[in-house]
Design a protein around this ligand. Structure first.
Ligand code: NAD
Length: 393
């Protein structure tokens, strides 16, 4: 029976429309509170979204309170009000809710504190929040630590990924985007930059766990048809990063008038990509990439660790010899990595931030932060912040 006009049914629809409108208005109002510093990195939506993704409503980002994850969260929450973004993060030493403060009031954002290695918890989150898409970033990420307490890397990176895959399989998610690293290819010295089908030859415990996780991701695609995608990115830098990796650590040391500790002779080189460009790449891969495919994400800007320190010290206006100290090398230190990104460029992505601009933006950010973000960071600024395995009993 059709209810006469003005009845409960109509009121419900009207209320629903009003609620929808007020959520949209709230989103639009909060967008205006995003600083231009972040807004530039958030960038633009991917134009013309494919029709097969139109019914996507709920996206889960694991590790969203970390460095790269927080760039992705800010981007998706602000640019795509039609998606609800759920973040699961255990808030390890390198994650911070401060990274997500600018989006914490948005109606399409929810933070859930928890550990991806708990299968009951993840199954509950996926079912309860009706998750359609997973961006999986949560991991132990610091190579130096992996030479010490490497079991933590296997637990979080391999077991954690396995738990996520199993939950995704049971819950039938529509996309599982696994964020991996160029380090899985191993050192690239006398061979061309790696394409996505190059053999994986990881050389340190961190990259070995990332490669192992990728094997599981691919196995779930082949065995269970899980709609996966894999990304492999080179070194990422930018604001919002816990100061244990080269860029943020050198900047934080120099801001305290300290030194840049160079592992070995400093001739090892790395390519650098700004975190905003990585978030762009993940957005493009999700909306335009093909299921089952792997995409390298990288830049052409390459610099040795020593040149990098020198460049930074010059920006600070210090004397090079006063702020460089050579220390013992890592247990093993790959000379360089190299990825060929033509496949991703074919989807229409290219990096926007030049290195000099990205570096200055990063320095500007660290000038005003760290203590409120992560508390006392002095333990991270030492030459080798090695987390050792507990002694045998
Ligand atoms: N930073 C880089 O240069 C780089 C380069 C290539 C690939 N990656 C990959 O990108 C991803 C993100 O890296 P990042 O630099 O942002 O790392 P990060 O260390 O800044 O953040 C990792 C986040 O994961 C969370 N986390 C860790 N273990 C967890 C668990 N068991 N359960 C829930 N949350 C957990 C941490 O609390 C943290 O917030 C990683 O998978 C990393 O391997 C990073």
């Amino acid at each position: 029976m059709t209810p006469p006009s003005g009845t409960t049914q109509d009121n419900c629809n009207n209320n629903h429309d009003e609620l929808q409108e007020s959520l949209e208005q709230k989103h639009a109002r909060l967008c205006k509170t995003i600083t231009s510093f972040d807004q530039i990195d958030i960038g633009q939506r991917v134009p013309e979204l494919p029709s097969d993704l139109q019914d996507i409503k709920s996206i889960l980002i694991t590790g969203g309170a970390g460095f790269i994850g927080s760039f992705l969260v800010r981007k998706l929450v602000v640019l795509y009000p039609e998606y609800h973004i759920y973040v699961v993060d255990k808030l390890d030493y390198c994650g911070s809710l401060h990274n997500l403060k600018s989006v914490s009031e948005f109606p399409n954002y929810t933070f859930i504190k928890g550990d991806i290695t708990s299968s009951d918890f993840m199954a509950f989150v996926l079912k309860e929040k009706k998750i359609d898409v997973i961006f999986h970033l949560a991991a132990q990420t610091h190579v130096d630590n992996s030479f010490g307490d490497s079991f933590e890397f296997t637990k979080n990176n391999v077991m954690g990924t396995h738990v996520m895959l199993e939950a995704a399989k049971v819950h039938r998610v529509k996309r599982f985007i696994h964020v991996s690293t160029d380090e899985v290819y191993g050192e690239v010295v006398s061979r061309p930059d790696c394409r996505e089908d190059s053999i994986l030859q990881p050389t340190n415990p961190y990259s070995a766990t990332k490669a192992a996780a990728e094997c599981l991701v691919k196995a779930y695609h082949h065995s269970f048809n899980l709609p996966i995608m894999i990304t492999r990115s080179n070194n990422v830098y930018g604001p919002y990063q816990y100061p244990e990796k080269i860029t943020s650590k050198f900047i934080c040391s120099l801001l305290r008038k300290g030194r840049c500790y160079i592992h070995g002779d400093g001739h090892n080189s790395r390519k650098y990509l700004y975190a905003g460009d990585v978030a762009d790449a993940l957005d493009v891969i999700f909306h335009r990439g093909e299921v089952g495919e792997t995409y390298n994400i990288g830049s052409n800007f390459e610099i040795s660790n020593l040149e990098f320190a020198t460049r930074l010290i010059r920006i600070f206006g210090y004397k090079i010899e006063d702020h460089v100290e050579f220390v013992q090398d890592r247990a093993f230190n790959d000379k360089r990595y190299g990825v060929d990104c033509s496949k991703l460029e074919g989807l229409g992505w290219k990096p926007k931030m030049d290195f000099e601009g990205g570096l200055r933006k990063t320095i500007e950010w660290y000038k005003h932060r760290t203590v409120e973000w992560w508390g006392d960071i002095s333990g991270a600024l030492v030459p080798h912040p090695l987390k050792a395995l507990p002694p045998p009993v």
